[in-house]
Design a protein around this ligand. Sequence first.
Ligand code: PEP
Ligand code: MG
Length: 572
Amino acid sequence: MILIEGIAASPGIAIGKTLLKKEENIEINKENITENEIENELEKLHSALDDAKESLEELRQDTAEKLGDEKAEIFAAHLMILDDPEVIPAFENKIKDDKLNAAAAVKSVVDQYAAMFAAMDDEYLRERGSDIKDVGMRVIKNLLGVNTISDQIEDNVVIIAEDLTPSDTAQLDTDKVLAFLTKEGSRTSHSAIMARSLGIPAVVGLGTELLEKAENGIEIIVDGNSGKIYFEPDQTTLDDYKVKLADYEAELERLLSYKDQKAASKDGYEVEVVGNMGNLADVDPILENGGEGVGLFRSEFLYMDRDQLPTEEEQFEVYKEVAEKMGERPVVIRTLDVGGDKDIPYLDFPAEMNPFLGYRAIRVCLERDDIFKPQLRALLRASNYGNLKIMFPMISSVRELLAAKSKLAEVKTELEKEGHKFNQNIEVGMMIEIPAAVMIADHLAKEVDFFSIGTNDLIQYTVAVDRTNEKIAKMHTPYHPAVLRLIKQTISAAHEAGIWVGMCGEAAGDELLLPFLLGAGLDEFSMSAVSILKIKEILSQWEKSEAESEVAEILALSTVAEVKDYLTKLKK
Ligand code: PEP
Ligand code: MG
């Protein structure tokens, strides 16, 4: 048995057989052709290009239906590569001038482009390099009559790959593919995001060990909850995991009974349990898991994977669709939170020494009407179609909040003049994710309708721990007594000012922390769809007053370990 650990990117457990998707080293024989063969090779090339376009168009439509328009955009980009006025003649010239056969011609051009992009510092452009490779491989496979990965898949397989391209991921048949593992990637890589949307377990960032140790067709266990994978597990581990898998499935089934139940404590104290989303495909899972709305729509995802700003109209369509799908349920849309680890390459911001402390989020928006105003206009116009609320990220001072509100007022006046309808009384809130904001929460609370605590950043700024650095990942914990005090302080300040307060950082879905948050008076808990049902269940096991009586005890503890211990003992 071999155990390897990686990054748990999508939860769940799978027991199956490995299917290795090795970097395709397709042999291209007899590369050189004679003068007489040129015409024939050009014909073959164009027919392979047409086939590739046809299958990409099918994929685009399929993906749009299964995962939403946004996820399908990548294939539109691939189609564009095949229509590129430079690329096609480059293929043809390799055949005509260098006398390469069609497959070798495509490979030579694609390798050239891919190498050029791979050498770039910019992550976005490097990704474009893999798009070109992806498209090129599709054409070459057509030329050589080689099957794609989806053709080789038998039942119950776990795909193992260096990295999966979005087209590979979208083509996976989830009836047959139990899970996937990649050498590269992070929780926010394309394929990880897709895995969560598809609802299959995934472990990524497994490193070179993965491909060294993996063999085709051997038994494997994937634990998407812990990030552990076991090749050829011994009988005890296998038996253990069979039980774990059955338990996990039974647990999911059992938790469904909370789907339509109002989130409330044992004694009927109601709170809201809602979902976090990044794009349209995340809406259905939130509803299927009993989410009572959206507590955080990270709008920046609309700005990624493209090469220019989304227009007001494009944004309006997306916000409107979410609002309509959610009906009366609340939907909190956060304005653009670019910067930190969320780079938007086409905005061309210079590299910074400390990007998390730098030019990001509201700081950018307040300086860039060309970015901020179209978004505010789109949000307001969409407010006509559902229960939308607007939230500003990274507020560190009253000045920033007032400036953001004044932009919103300006946009309202413009829309009114233009005769647009929108919700004049749309709720406006702000993220509490900077300790400075907690310290002046009483002032800030006078200016907004709600707060939402962003623990991911609040922890980072409070404990001075980079949230993306795996070396110090253990320090990034909501159990730090300082973080707990800041949370309590924020909730109290909000309630004193008569506004509601939610939490949309990962801590909102933390099972151990729930009694503390309930007792401290949190009104809304926003988390990824997969956590919603469990949190609803734990809530239903606690009486509000019982949770309240624990708060002072927890706040008196002095170390992370003590807090964790204490919370673990409270577990029901
Ligand atoms: C947070 O900081 O807790 C948060 C919810 O925002 P993000 O993770 O997008 O920075
Ligand atoms: Mg944040």
